[in-house]
Write a protein that binds this ligand. Structure first.
Ligand code: NCD
Length: 312
């Protein structure tokens, strides 16, 4: 394989080259194989430090990064908002200066405002990994989703994925659909009118009903979490109504099973809203695989990025 250009940060999907995507996804495979061994660690990042900086609540993503960094033998510090001076009004740039003084090699950041990881990246020599910023991007989620889809469909080009729900507020929908499109996977969306962005990319085909979705014969159905915390207005009448219109229920499960389509969800799942308990037990659900692949992909990302702190 030809040499990749060194990259310091992972901030979005748009700026990734295809060979970089292949490099990360290719390396995630042996990292995942490691999980079957009794010793799940490699010494790659021994002596390096990873700072997990989460301004938004997160269990799944922050612990996934923590496990990934531990398995690379890095030292990990978790900096969560409530226990830090961020809540005491410290400005972002002051925080960055403090972080600089800690000489972290990698900063994993989640923030409610789009673009914050880019600002942090400009002001530090550490590698910055965007773990989700506002509506904008969630690149490691897109990479793990692609890894998961490609495992079940190695001949993925030309396959179809339907994304259901709150596309407007979803950084997952934005990053994952962009990466799927880059891989030649077709993307369709279904959701309440007000939650499907007007200015969506041309490659996103819009469906009006589940019937349309099933007629399209998707290879996977990707349910999004309803983003209650990001909805200032009323985008649909009620949760019960949302479930009725867009949730994965018994009837839709029958159609999915007939198609042999896989079920995906980024978590955390709102049971009874996007998905019923019955659908959670669907034999072609990839939700746990997404979690497992998340660790492998994040190890591969840590392995790939080159902090400026590492100029030996
Ligand atoms: C996603 C996020 O935070 O953007 N979750 C995650 O990363 N595990 C999706 C979501 O919260 O809906």
């Amino acid at each position: 394989m030809s040499e990749l250009k060194p990259r310091k940060d992972l901030l979005d999907i748009e700026s990734l080259e295809l060979d970089e995507i292949e490099y990360v996804l290719g390396n995630a495979v042996p990292f995942k194989q490691l999980f079957q061994r009794s010793v799940k660690k490699v010494p790659t990042l021994r002596g390096k430090t990873v700072l997990n900086l989460f301004y938004e609540p997160s269990t799944r993503t922050s612990s996934s990064f923590e496990v990934a960094a531990n398995r690379m033998s890095a030292d990990v510090t978790n900096f969560s908002v409530s226990s830090s001076s961020i809540t005491k009004g410290e400005s972002l740039l002051d925080t960055i200066e403090t972080l600089q003084a800690m000489q972290s090699d990698y900063i994993v950041i989640r923030h409610q405002a789009a673009g914050v990881p880019n600002i942090v990246a400009k002001h530090t020599g550490a590698s910055v990994i965007n773990a989700g910023d506002g509506y904008h991007a969630h690149p490691t989620q897109a990479l793990l989703d692609t890894m998961t889809f490609r495992e079940v469909h190695p001949d993925y080009a030309g396959k179809r994925i339907a994304i259901i729900g709150d596309v407007l507020h979803s950084r997952v929908a934005r990053s994952t659909s962009t990466l799927f499109h880059k891989q030649g996977i077709e993307v369709g969306v279904l959701g309440p009118g007000a939650l499907i962005p007007e200015g969506r990319p041309d490659f996103m085909r819009r469906f009006q009903s589940w019937e349309d979705v099933f007629d399209w014969k998707p290879h996977a159905i990707y349910l999004l979490r309803v983003q209650m915390e990001r909805q200032e207005g009323q985008f649909f009448p009620s949760i019960a109504e949302y479930h009725k219109m867009y949730g994965m229920n018994s009837e839709r499960l029958v159609s999915m099973r007939k198609l042999g389509a896989y079920l995906m969800h980024p978590g955390p799942v709102n049971r009874g809203v996007e998905v019923t308990d019955e659908a959670m037990g669907y034999e072609k659900s990839l939700i746990s695989t997404q979690v497992e692949n998340g660790i492998a992909v994040r190890m591969a990302v840590l392995h790939w990025l080159k902090p400026e702190t590492q100029k030996e």
